[in-house]
Design a binder for this molecule. Structure first.
Ligand code: HEM
Length: 462
């Protein structure tokens, strides 16, 4: 494994310097241990729930983005709107979008299997566009392209030290963009413009669709109707939509991609999963979310994917708002706390053979696989824990169960019929996901193929 990945390096520092790795000149604390993360980020979440907001992030519009905004009244207000709509009891309304888009994913996988990575990205984006806006948007659609570009521009502004001029001289934000050294302003103006355009374009389309009756009611259109035109509420609804896309697309794509790669590399686990579905669900229908409690091995595969491959290996850093003491260490106010989720999930004191893909580990715990998903930390910590986690959890689980019910994944073969080896390489970016590789994907049986094709005729409705 290459050691340039920050999470590997941070884990190695932890082994050398102990469970709290504090970088003094940058006031950054790295946590590699889940017990410490829970002690600080969960049990003391009153003081560990702020975010770092650099001057560059501020002028790029990060204050509009819930995942980046400081721990403030604005955060409370925006998070409340999210929570009302993404809490466990509310997410049933997303089921039609989840089923329909995941079934479309299966159809795409059997039609053009070589494009499986593109299909994985497409399903992750389509679920959100459909669930929130009632829109059917493909990854080539200019709106999706713009959304991805916004995500990447915004991502670039999060890299501390990437814009040294504004970070050292924040007052320079008041100078015009043509002024020498003020190139950062052009990037910032572009970024904020893209976010606002995206907010408006998606919102307007959802309202148009509602007015013309070209799709059913969407969450965004419904909330807009309830707001009766109150401007502040409309603005909050618009940003909730855009942020959902920014937070959901790459993360969901990462998890489904990691699952696909894991199944290609671990045919035994794949077969066990398929056998469980055949036994419990049968072969005459596709699995549903109601089947979930009866499918412990599928649950275990899901947990193991999320454990080994959390989409955000370093989560999103929290920031401390007061001086604190922990086990004799002084942690100063303003400290940026980086949870190394990747390292926590591969801790040899918690997991046996931590780097291996072994779904069975979740079956063999005294409480079985149905312990809290929070134990895997992929969704973060405390008051800033992922607010879309219930939806994400169902999308990823349903994709896993649907693929295992109908398809077999394996290594691709070359012209001589030899298996092509897969190097199992992952990106080292903010969101970690498998780098392109080749594999073979085919319907498990003729009947499975028929089940997949039939989904085109039977759209799921509540
Ligand atoms: C597999 C999919 C996903 C993963 C692994 C994931 C993971 C995360 C993580 C690690 C955080 C940071 C938590 C912390 O600060 O400790 C986060 C925050 C967030 N996530 Fe997700 N997420 C996923 C999907 C989603 C979806 C589907 C949505 C919305 C539709 C969403 C919306 C958010 C928002 C708004 C925040 C910011 C919360 C705040 O700062 O208060 N995420 N997510």
């Amino acid at each position: 494994m290459p050691t340039h990945d920050a999470w590997v390096e941070y884990r190695n520092w932890g082994r050398e310097y102990g469970e709290l790795v504090y970088i003094h000149d940058r006031n950054i604390l790295i946590i590699n241990n889940s017990r410490v993360a829970i002690d600080l980020l969960e049990k003391r979440s009153r003081i560990y729930s702020d975010r770092q907001m650099t001057p560059m992030m501020k002028i790029c519009g990060a204050e509009l983005i819930l995942s980046l905004v400081r721990y403030s009244e604005r955060w409370r207000r925006d998070r409340k709107l999210f929570q009302q709509n993404f809490r466990q009891a509310a997410i049933k309304r997303f089921h039609p979008a989840q089923y329909n888009k995941i079934h479309e994913f299966l159809r795409e996988l059997i039609t053009t299997p070589d494009n499986f990575m593109r299909h994985t990205m497409a399903v992750s984006q389509r679920i959100i566009f459909s669930a929130l806006y009632g829109l059917d948007v493909s990854p080539e659609d200019p709106l999706a392209v713009k959304a991805v570009r916004t995500l990447h521009t915004m991502g670039g502004t999060l890299i501390i030290g990437a814009f040294p001029v504004i970070e050292r001289f924040p007052w320079m934000r008041f100078l015009p963009s043509w002024f020498p050294g003020c190139g950062f302003k052009r990037i910032a103006d572009h970024c904020i413009k893209e976010i606002q355009e995206l907010d408006n374009a998606l919102f307007d389309l959802a309202i148009d669709n509602l007015n013309t009756g070209s799709s059913g009611t969407s969450l965004i259109a419904e909330l807009a109707a309830k707001s009766e035109g109150r401007l502040a509420e409309i603005e909050a609804i618009k940003t909730m939509g855009t942020i959902s896309f920014l937070a959901a697309a790459d993360t969901t794509m990462s998890s489904i991609s990691s699952f696909m790669l894991a199944m290609t590399l671990h045919p035994d686990a794949q077969t066990k999963g398929q056998e469980e579905i055949d036994r419990i669900v049968g072969k005459d229908r596709l699995p549903t979310l109601e089947d979930r409690p009866s499918l412990p091995y599928i649950e275990a595969i899901y947990r193991e994917v999320m454990r080994l491959h959390p989409p955000g290996p370093l989560g999103i850093a929290h920031r401390l708002i007061e001086d604190d003491f922990y086990h004799g260490y002084y942690i100063p106010k303003g400290c940026v706390v980086v949870p190394n989720i990747w390292a926590m999930n591969r801790d040899g004191d918690v997991y046996l053979r931590p780097d291996e893909f072994l779904p069975e580990r979740f079956l063999e715990t005294p409480s079985g696989p149905f312990t809290s998903i929070n134990d895997i930390h992929a969704f973060g910590f405390g008051r800033r824990v992922c607010v879309g986690r219930h939806m994400a959890d169902e999308s990823v689980w349903l994709a896993i169960a649907s693929v295992l019910a109908t398809l077999t994944l394996g290594k691709a073969k070359d012209e001589e019929g030899n298996e092509i080896e897969i190097s199992e390489e992952y990106t080292d970016s903010f969101f970690r996901y498998p780098k392109p590789y080749r594999c073979s994907i085919a319907p498990r049986t003729l009947n499975a193929e028929k089940l997949i094709l039939a989904t085109a005729l039977n759209a799921y409705q509540i």
